[in-house]
Write a protein that binds this ligand. Structure first.
Ligand SMILES: Nc1ncnc2c1ncn2[C@@H]1O[C@H](COP(=O)(O)OP(=O)(O)OP(=O)(O)O)[C@@H](O)[C@H]1O
Length: 327
């Protein structure tokens, strides 16, 4: 019970890339004769475990290494060192057998045929994956029903809205009933109604079929809605790997006192507080409710500085994640 479906141990991935010190034609010509290289460490000693039936969030800023990690787990790339075991397979070695057991959806790319209706692409997948007729029909009916796309699947893909196309992309990625599905930014560019529909769909499939999902996104509300556990990567390193609730606890007990000052504050007075920022006479003081009393801190701020405006706010989750990225 609750066994790991993914077990990644100590993987590193280093890319060798050409490096040019200067821009311009002369530098381009020079680089043809004398190529210089540099190394980009995209993943540094990453351990990553996912249990069967989880919906795991994988987040990080641009260039953090998320896609590189997904690519090693789907077998598109192999790591420089370390081990990857997904459902008993080493993805880049057992690729042919392995890919039949996974699904992948990349929000920025389409897997469908632009001029054909999506239903034709599903039929092609049926042949590709040798899906028996009865299972194919059952799955198509199930997906069409819960995504409400009976008419949508018969129109050429180029005529579909982004939200309608994404729903079809999901069907295509799941039609062969993979145990594990990688979703790379599945809600990118969608309006809130389509986002909700897609999130509900992921939850339904996870519940009904026990499918495991790995989800990368820049939209934290996707994570909040879907994932009990979240892994954060920053500059190739894993910096957080725990429950979303623990991440929430961190910010739920913090408040920020924002004060607009009349004059530059005395540095000695600033030392009395946990100052988050001070810019253009705008001061932000963080209060940890587990350690300090908010009312006392508020009076102390009012006493210490000359203030013409003040308010108290919560720290939002984006802010916490930004702090983790920056640390
Ligand atoms: N094929 C490649 N060759 C060289 N460098 C690469 C290659 N793929 C990724 N990188 C580098 O590895 C680092 C991690 O990139 P990756 O695409 O994994 O980040 P990411 O977290 O998915 O970012 P984003 O959110 O912007 O998609 C970056 O510095 C990137 O430039």
């Amino acid at each position: 019970m609750n066994e790991n479906i993914i077990s990644v141990k100590g993987i590193n991935k280093t890319f060798k890339v050409t490096s040019r010190s200067k821009a311009g034609l002369a530098s381009s010509i020079k680089s043809v004769f004398k190529t210089k290289y540099k190394y980009v460490e995209a993943l540094k000693d990453i351990d990553f475990e996912v249990k069967k039936g989880e919906i795991r969030g994988l987040i990080g800023s641009n260039g953090a290494g998320k896609s590189t990690l997904i690519k090693t787990m789907t077998g598109i790339l192999y790591p420089t060192s370390g081990e990857v075991n997904v459902m008993g397979y080493t993805p880049w070695i057992d690729r042919e057998k392995y890919v039949k057991n996974i699904g992948a959806l990349f929000g920025q790319k389409t897997q469908l045929w632009w001029d054909l209706p999506a239903i034709d692409a599903f039929s092609l997948s049926k042949k590709l994956y040798n899906i028996p007729e009865n299972i194919f029909k059952r799955n198509i009916d199930f997906f069409i029903e819960i995504l409400n796309i009976r008419e949508v699947v018969t129109k050429p893909v180029r005529q579909l809205s982004l939200g309608e196309r994404m729903k079809c992309e999901f069907v295509n990625a799941l039609i062969h009933e993979p145990e594990l599905v990688f979703l790379d930014e599945p809600t990118i560019g969608l309006d809130i109604i389509s986002k909700d529909a897609i999130r509900k769909f992921i939850k339904d499939v996870n519940k009904e079929k026990g499918t495991t999902f790995i989800l990368t996104t820049h939209d934290i509300s996707d994570i909040e809605d879907l994932c009990s556990n979240v892994t954060i990567i920053n500059k190739g390193e894993k910096v957080y790997d725990d429950s979303f609730d623990n991440l929430k606890n961190y910010y739920e007990n913090k408040r920020v006192i924002k004060a607009q000052l009349f004059e530059v504050p005395d540095p000695k007075k600033l030392d009395l507080f946990t100052v988050k920022s001070l810019k253009d006479l705008s001061l932000e003081v963080e209060v940890d409710l587990n350690k300090k009393n908010l009312k006392e801190q508020l009076y102390k701020v009012l006493d210490s500085f000359s203030i013409h405006d003040i308010n108290i706010s919560n720290i939002n989750i984006e802010e916490v994640i930004k702090q983790i990225y920056a640390s």
